[in-house]
Design a protein around this ligand. Structure first.
Ligand SMILES: NC(=O)c1ccc[n+]([C@@H]2O[C@H](COP(=O)([O-])OP(=O)(O)OC[C@H]3O[C@@H](n4cnc5c(N)ncnc54)[C@H](OP(=O)(O)O)[C@@H]3O)[C@@H](O)[C@H]2O)c1
Length: 337
């Protein structure tokens, strides 16, 4: 691999990619030339125009996982170095080539795509399963479309496990992040009464996404208020069952989007205690189904992408540095030439 700043052409044998070939801080990421991917049967080759930099990239690059999860996550993350050195779980681009048997997409289609744990989106070209790419809604730019994916795919997975309807009382911890900002919008769209927990600086944003009430975590501990909830969505990592229990109604649901090993081991017992559901796992709907659902919601105008910052591809290290702060509002998106 060699470092390079020139854009690959359609005939090059290499493409530029942001590679983390060891675990560490943002500085381990380098833009280098890697072999050009080719689409296998059932895949499409996409020229990337935008890709998100997410907490997943941070976790894999830094090997920073919730307590007790290191051993469990090693098969996915890698043992001595990242298993998939080109990071990036999702993004948007233009279909450049079709693998054998692909019928639903054509060369030139503008698509949103998800590679999930296979990663690889921080590159000029990505080969992805054709059903993990969908046509981008015309009203959204590549950056905006990208900004729906990480939070949207996660939120749809977890919310499938909760009964959310008119009047359901919902609390979203971490309402201004990539996941929380979509959960707030989906809960609001379902007619729920939404309380968002965020800092004072993000209160206006969270209200604009549909929260009826905002709790500033710097001044108020939601778990010590009188208010109780049917559904609590934990997107920060500081609200396990033990903390949430006093404000979770009997029969309620605690969705632990961030949960440690202890939460995994005690979820069944905690569910019995609340006579409801406490779970660190999302639903089982396949990626392709959730992606279609997400695009339909975007086309209906139910979801608004929240873009905090964009970075040029060559500034990928700075993008990682910002994501590492844990303070981004919604999403950080890399823009490819
Ligand atoms: N289980 C899964 O499948 C799955 C999938 C996706 C993500 N996740 C996990 O979900 C978590 C959230 O992901 P994300 O992408 O939404 O993260 P994110 O975008 O980085 O979240 C950042 C937001 O968190 C807010 N925040 C920080 N401390 C807070 C606190 N004490 N109380 C309330 N809000 C606080 C920040 O707001 P301020 O700046 O105002 O503090 C910021 O807006 C991550 O831990 C991620 O690993 C799990």
């Amino acid at each position: 691999m060699s470092t390079s700043r020139t854009r690959s052409t359609s005939t090059s044998t290499t493409v530029r990619a942001a590679v983390a070939d060891r675990f560490g801080g943002p500085e381990v990421v380098r833009v280098v030339d890697v072999p050009r991917p080719e689409p296998a049967a059932g895949e499409v080759l996409v020229r990337m125009r935008a890709a998100s930099v997410t907490v997943a990239d941070h976790r894999i690059r830094a090997r920073d996982v919730p307590r007790g999860m290191k051993v469990v996550s090693t098969p996915f993350l890698g043992w001595r170095r990242p298993r998939h050195p080109v990071l990036g779980v999702d993004g948007a681009g233009v279909v450049e080539a079709l693998g054998a048997g692909v019928r639903d997409l054509s060369v030139g289609d503008e698509v949103l795509l998800v590679t999930d744990l296979a990663m690889g989106c921080h590159a000029e070209l990505v080969a992805v399963r054709a059903d993990h790419a969908v046509r981008k809604p015309a009203g959204l730019s590549f950056v905006e479309g990208t900004a729906l994916l990480f939070g949207g795919m996660t939120a749809l997975s977890f919310l499938a496990r909760a009964d959310m309807r008119e009047g359901t009382r919902v609390l979203v911890n971490g309402a201004s992040g990539a996941v929380g900002s979509i959960v707030v919008q989906l809960a609001h769209a379902a007619g729920a009464h939404v309380t968002g927990v965020c800092s004072g600086a993000n209160a206006e944003l969270v209200r604009s996404l549909g929260a009826d009430r905002v709790v500033d975590y710097a001044t108020t501990d939601f778990a010590r208020e009188e208010e109780t909830y049917d559904v609590v969505v934990e997107c920060v990592g500081n609200a396990p069952y033990a903390r949430v229990a006093p404000v979770l109604r009997r029969g309620g649901t605690l969705l632990l989007v961030v949960g440690d090993l202890r939460a995994m081991l005690t979820a069944g017992w905690d569910s019995r205690r609340v006579r409801g559901l406490v779970t660190p796992r999302g639903g089982r709907a396949p990626v392709a189904e959730r992606l279609r659902q997400l695009v339909a919601l975007a086309e209906e105008g139910v979801l608004r992408p929240v873009v905090d910052r964009t970075y040029a591809f060559d500034d990928v290290v700075e993008a990682h540095r910002y994501v590492d702060t844990g303070r981004k509002r919604g999403n950080v998106v890399l823009v490819l030439p």
